[in-house]
Design a protein around this ligand. Sequence first.
Ligand SMILES: [Zn+2]
Ligand SMILES: [Zn+2]
Length: 71
Amino acid sequence: MKRGAEHSRVQRKGRERDLQTCQICGSKDHAEGHHLFDYAMGGAADEDNIVTLCHDCHQNVHKGLTSLFRF
Ligand SMILES: [Zn+2]
Ligand SMILES: [Zn+2]
């Protein structure tokens, strides 16, 4: 599906913009792209919708332990 390729592209662009650095703690370990607004919730396939997080912070965001809108 086209959406899959677009998804990888924006994830990569978002991580390049953030210099592969976690936007919460500044770690460069296991940087991965998180969608601020999920596709299912109508989020755009756009790098503005991606924030780079390390694995730990990413888990915490999904568990609701960390707010992304603090920084
Ligand atoms: Zn982090
Ligand atoms: Zn995520």
